[in-house]
Design a protein around this ligand. Structure first.
Ligand code: M6R
Length: 593
C-alpha cells in the first residue's frame, strides 16, 4: 500500500528516487510524485497513473535531495491533486498508511484557518505538522508531538523548507534505511535500495531518523540512539525480470529452484523446523493466499500431528472472541511480513501470552521481527502482486512441519518417512514437468468466460481456493471455489452450457465422492477441467480436459496441484492483454487495515 523512497547525497537525487519508486510500484501504482530542492525552494511534480506518466513531466532539474511516492489510494480517488507529495506551509511529505483520526484533526485544523486542496488524510497530517512546527520551530519536538496525536498507520518522509535533511518516522508501515559514500537512502522496502548496500537499518516505531547528505542519525524521544544494522545477502537477480516478460512468469518458473533450495537447506538443518508437538491448541492466521496456505497447513497438522487446528483470516481474527492462552501456538503466515491485519493479530496473540511462530519471506520484516520464532521461506524477492513461489513455499513449510510432527508423534513410521522424503526430493522435477505442459488449449476454453468454478474436497478444496483467487485477481474473471459436496446446496444452479468448472481430485479415500460431483456438473453442460493424481481413475466421459500430476503423498501433491492453476491464470490474463504484474485495484503489500 504505497511505496516511498528518499535520497540525500552527492548525486542527482531525482533519477535515484524514480528508479527506487519503480521497484516499489508493486505496492501501489495509481499515481506518483516527487519533491526536491531546486534553487533553495521545494518543487513538487506529481501525476495520476504509473511512474512512467510522472517521468514524462520531468525536466533536467538536478537536486541532491528528493523524496517520492507511488500511491495505492485509500482516502480520495486516484488523481493528480490527491497524489503525494503534499505541501503545507514549510512542510512537504510523502505518506504510506492511513490516518484514522483525520476527521477530528481536520475539524481542529479548520478552526486554526487551514483549508485543504485534496481529499487525503495525508494533507491533514501535513497541516498538523506545519501547525505544530509553526508554534515551536523545533523539528524533533514537532515529530515527537505528532506521534502522540496521530492514530492509524504511517511511514512518513518529511522535508522542511530551509532544512536540507529528510526526516523519517513510522508506525505500522515499514521503513528501511541505508547509507554509502554517495549519501543516505530510505524506502518502504529493500528492493528500492538494494543496489546501494547490503547493510540495512529497520526503523522501529517511536524512532525518528534524520538523513543528511553524509549520515543517518537516529533519535528516540529526541535523544540520539545507536542502532545496529542488519546485513543481508539478497540476491539482486530475484528483483529483476531476467528476460521474462513478466515478474509473475519469472516467479512461477523459479519454483523448481526455490523449492529445491528450500528442501536442501531445511533437510540439512532439520532442527530449524520447529517441533510443535507440545501444543494442544494451534491457530493459523493470515490473509489471502497466505491464509489458503494456512488451511492446507491445518489439514496437514491435524492429519499427521493429531492436533486440532483453526485457521483464520486475520481481518476477522482480530475482532472475534479470543480463545488464546499461554499454551496456544499462533502461526502467522505472510510473504511480506507487513500485512496490517496479520501484524495486529500477532500483537493480540502476544497480549494473550500465546507463543507466536512466523512463516515469512521478507527478512527483517515486522512479523519476522516480532514473532517468538520465525521460519524464513527464502523465496527471494517476489514482485508480482499475485503470489506464486511464496505460496508454494508456505505450503511446503507447513508440509515439513507436519512431516516432522508425524515422525515425532509416531504417526509416520520409518518406512513411510523414507517414502515421503523420496517424494520431496522429486518435487522440483515434478514442478518443472508441469511447467512444460502446453496451456494454450485450456486457456482458450476459459479466457472468454464470465464465471469459473473450482471444486474439490478437503485439501483439494483449499488448493481450489488458491487457484480461484489466482485466476480472478489477474484476469478479472469472476471465479468461486466450493467444497465439491456443497454445490448441490445452491451454486449448481449457476452451471450452464460450457461454464468452466476446474476440479481437483487427489485423495484416493474420497475420490469417488468428488467424481460424482464432477459428473453432476458435466451432465448439466459444464466444461470440466480435471486436475488429478495419475493413479486415480476417472471415466473419460466425466471431464473435457485433464492435467495429471504424479502419484505422491499429499504432503507433496498439494504443491503440485497449484502449479497448473498458476499457469492457467497467467495465460488467461496474458491472452486478455491485462497488466498481469499489477492488476487493477491491488497492491502487493496490504499495510493498511
Ligand atoms: O504479504 P502477505 O502474504 O501477508 O499478503 C497476504 C495477501 O495480501 C496476499 O497473499 C494476496 O492475497 C495475494 N495478492 C494473492 O496472490
Amino acid at each position: 500500500m504505497c511505496g516511498i523512497m528518499g535520497y540525500n547525497g552527492s548525486k542527482n537525487a531525482i533519477p535515484i528516487v524514480i528508479k527506487g519508486l519503480k521497484s516499489l510500484e508493486y505496492r501501489g501504482y495509481d499515481s506518483a510524485g516527487i519533491a526536491y530542492f531546486f534553487n533553495e525552494k521545494i518543487k513538487i511534480i506529481k501525476e495520476k497513473g504509473r511512474i512512467s506518466e510522472l517521468e514524462k513531466l520531468l525536466n533536467n532539474d538536478n537536486s541532491n535531495l528528493c523524496i517520492g511516492h507511488t500511491r495505492w489510494a485509500t482516502h480520495g480517488k486516484p488523481s493528480k491533486i490527491n497524489a503525494h507529495p503534499h505541501m503545507v506551509g514549510r512542510v512537504t511529505l510523502v505518506h504510506n498508511g492511513i490516518i484514522e483520526n483525520y476527521k477530528e484533526l481536520k475539524d481542529n485544523l479548520e478552526k486554526e484557518g487551514y483549508s485543504f486542496k485534496s481529499e487525503t488524510d495525508t494533507e491533514i497530517a501535513c497541516s498538523l505538522i506545519d501547525s505544530i512546527y509553526k508554534k515551536n520551530n523545533d523539528i524533533l519536538e514537532t515529530l515527537e508531538q505528532i506521534q502522540t496525536i496521530l492514530k492509524g498507520s504511517y511511514a512518513f518522509l518529511i522535508i522542511f523548507q530551509q532544512d536540507k535533511n529528510i526526516y523519517a518516522l513510522r508506525k505500522g508501515s515499514p521503513l528501511v534505511l541505508t547509507q554509502n559514500e554517495l549519501g543516505t537512502f530510505v524506502a518502504s522496502d529493500i528492493p528500492a535500495i538494494l543496489e546501494y548496500s547490503k547493510k540495512f537499518y529497520f526503523l522501529e516505531e517511536g524512532e525518528v531518523a534524520k538523513l543528511s547528505k553524509e549520515s543517518i542519525t537516529f533519535y528516540s524521544k529526541k535523544n540520539i540512539i545507536n542502532k545496529k544494522y542488519n546485513t543481508f545477502n539478497y540476491d539482486l537477480t530475484t528483483a529483476k525480470k531476467n528476460g521474462y516478460s513478466h515478474f509473475m512468469l519469472k516467479e512461477i518458473y523459479e519454483q523448481p529452484k526455490v523449492v529445491k533450495e528450500f528442501l536442501d537447506y531445511y533437510f540439512e538443518n532439520f532442527k530449524l523446523i520447529p517441533d510443535i508437538s507440545k501444543y494442544k491448541k494451534i491457530q493459523i492466521v493470515a490473509c489471502g493466499s497466505a491464509y489458503h496456505s494456512g488451511l492446507v497447513g491445518s489439514y496437514f497438522i491435524e492429519k499427521y500431528g493429531h492436533i486440532e487446528v483453526q485457521s483464520y483470516v486475520a481481518s476477522e481474527y482480530r475482532y472475534k472472541e479470543k480463545f488464546i492462552d499461554k499454551d496456544t501456538l499462533v502461526i502467522l503466515v505472510s510473504q511480506s511480513g507487513e500485512t496490517a491485519d496479520t501484524i495486529a493479530s500477532l500483537r493480540l496473540a502476544k497480549e494473550y501470552q500465546a507463543t507466536t511462530l512466523g512463516i515469512v519471506n521478507v527478512i527483517g520484516s515486522t512479523i519476522a521481527r516480532e514473532c517468538d520464532e520465525v521460519i524464513y521461506i527464502n523465496a527471494g524477492c517476489e514482485i508480482a502482486v499475485a503470489t506464486t513461489k511464496a505460496y508454494t513455499l508456505q505450503v511446503l513449510t507447513f508440509s515439513l512441519i507436519a512431516y516432522k510432527l508425524g515422525v515425532i508423534k509416531g504417526n509416520i513410521d520409518n518406512n513411510l518417512k523414507d517414502k515421503i522424503k523420496t517424494d520431496y526430493l522429486k518435487l522440483p522435477q515434478y514442478i518443472d514437468d508441469l511447467l512444460k505442459l502446453d496451456y494454450n488449449n485450456l486457456t482458450n476454453k476459459i479466457y472468454s468466460k464470465k464465471n469459473v468454478f473450482f471444486i474439490g474436497r478437503q485439501l483439494d478444496y483449499y488448493s481450489c481456493l488458491e487457484g480461484s483467487l489466482k485466476l480472478k485477481e489477474i484476469s478479472y474473471i469472476h471465479s468461486e471455489s466450493y467444497p465439491a459436496g456443497e454445490l448441490k446446496h445452491g451454486t449448481i444452479s449457476l452451471i450452464e452450457e460450457k461454464t468452466p468448472v476446474v476440479s481437483i481430485v487427489t485423495d484416493e479415500k474420497i475420490c469417488e465422492k468428488s467424481i460424482s460431483n464432477i459428473k453432476e456438473v458435466k451432465s448439466r453442460g459444464a466444461y470440466v477441467l480435471l486436475v488429478k493424481k495419475s493413479n486415480i481413475l476417472v471415466d473419460d466421459s466425466a471431464y473435457d480436459d485433464k492435467i495429471e500430476i504424479p502419484n505422491t503423498f499429499d504432503l507433496v501433491s498439494s504443491i503440485l496441484t497449484i502449479i497448473p492453476l498458476q499457469m492457467l491464470a497467467f495465460n488467461v490474463s496474458f491472452k486478455l492483454g491485462l497488466d498481469i504484474d499489477k492488476p487493477r485495484n491491488l497492491a502487493k503489500s496490504v499495510t493498511v487495515e
